[in-house]
Ligand binder design. Structure first.
Ligand SMILES: *[C@@H]1O[C@H](CO)[C@@H](O)[C@H](O)[C@H]1NC(C)=O
Ligand SMILES: *[C@@H]1O[C@H](CO)[C@@H](O)[C@H](O)[C@H]1NC(C)=O
Ligand SMILES: *[C@@H]1O[C@H](CO)[C@@H](O)[C@H](O)[C@H]1NC(C)=O
Length: 337
């Protein structure tokens, strides 16, 4: 009797496992940093590639403490102003891709908040110049970005929690202001720890590269897995606290050249060994890649393993409308017409 029921039992168990896996992949996607190399293609090309769910424009490098904000997009808009990017951003959004502005970065910028009030001022500046507010000098034009990414790696570590709370306070039922953070993998992150603990971030994409104690190296996944588990239970990230709704993503290099011997995971290792482990947590959010310039094939290879339901692939009807509207544009994918 029991022996006869065994196959049925196994079938039910595997169905349950598959359905919980699908559920955990539902909210996962691929984020890409764009903006730090003028030769990486524009945003039409980036978004038309259909492998990304989030495009993170990098970086607003200097701001706060009364400094004139400096938007550094490498060669993308020198010497012209960056306002022409507005229609490109809107194009990405029309495909269902969320577009963020990233604060900070690893360069020579100086992101420094001098007080909680300064954090409120910076939040208002970001709201008026990049989000749903108004200003007559919006650096990226009229396009309303979906959110703000915190990639603070220099400057000061104070008041980022105030900025995160103040920005999340601009969300309305009609339009959410999405917030993401890109901390280094060793815990706690020097710059972003207090901000992350607020629990207001929607996405935390941890940089599991250029950090030997917690990155993949030479076939060894132990450091990476231990650190991932610590992040999954971390305050502000774990979902056992009802107010926290943060998804956790694996931040990776898109090619070995992006940072030599610094944690690059070959695609097949990612697919066979790493994803099956990381996607076990209920708030698994997918993969973030550094950066568009280096992503010559990585995102294509891993896409269907991160989320087979490609954000832009299922928008064919929408594409036809766009094709019609942009019929003179050289950016269209021919096979979609
Ligand atoms: C959030 O918004 C409310 C209402 O607009 C305001 O009273 C409050 O001070 C804001 N809080 C923060 C942290 O900005
Ligand atoms: C989960 O996060 C909450 C706050 O967000 C914290 O109080 C709790 O200690 C965390 N759980 C673990 C296991 O760290
Ligand atoms: C949590 O986040 C997911 C994905 O962003 C969203 O669909 C869901 O509505 C959120 N839940 C709450 C309670 O905010």
């Amino acid at each position: 009797m029991a022996a006869r029921l065994l196959p049925l039992f196994l079938a039910i168990i595997s169905l349950l496992m598959i359905s919980s896996l699908i559920r955990s992949l539902e909210g996962s996607g691929i984020g890409i940093y764009w903006g730090q190399n003028g030769d990486e293609g524009d945003l039409y090309e980036t978004c038309n590639r259909r492998t990304y769910d989030y495009v993170i424009i990098a970086f607003l490098a200097t701001f706060g403490s009364g400094q004139t904000p400096v938007l550094n997009l490498a060669g993308h808009c020198i010497p012209s102003p960056c306002t022409f990017l507005s229609s490109q951003i809107q194009f990405c959004q029309s495909l269902g891709i969320k577009v963020f502005l990233s604060l900070g970065g690893g360069g020579s910028g100086r992101p420094v908040l001098s007080s909680p009030d300064d954090a409120l001022e910076v939040a208002a500046h970001l709201w008026n110049n990049f989000l749903g507010g108004q200003s007559d000098s919006r650096p990226l034009g009229d396009a309303i970005l979906d959110g703000i990414d915190f990639d603070i790696e220099s400057g000061s570590n104070l008041y980022w929690d105030d900025l995160a709370r103040a920005l999340s306070n601009y969300s309305t039922p009609e339009r959410k202001v999405y917030l993401s953070a890109a901390p280094q993998c060793p815990l706690p992150d020097y710059y972003l720890d207090r901000a992350i603990r607020t629990g207001v971030f929607d996405y935390v994409w941890v940089q599991f590269y250029k950090n030997p104690p917690c990155q993949y190296s030479l076939g060894d996944t132990n450091n990476l897995f231990n650190c991932w588990s610590q992040w999954a239970s971390y305050p502000g990230v774990n979902t056992s606290f009802p107010a926290v709704n943060t998804s956790l993503s694996l931040g990776l290099l898109a090619a070995p050249e992006a940072a030599p011997s610094s944690g690059y995971i070959p695609p097949q290792v990612l697919i066979d060994q790493v994803l099956p482990f990381v996607e076990q947590i209920s708030n698994y959010g997918g993969v973030m890649l550094w950066s568009k310039y280096y992503d010559t094939y990585y995102s294509e290879l891993i896409r269907s393993y991160v989320n087979p339901d490609v954000v832009a692939y299922d928008k064919k009807v929408h594409d036809k409308v766009l094709c019609h509207r942009l019929s003179s544009s050289r950016y269209l994918l021919r096979d979609e017409m």
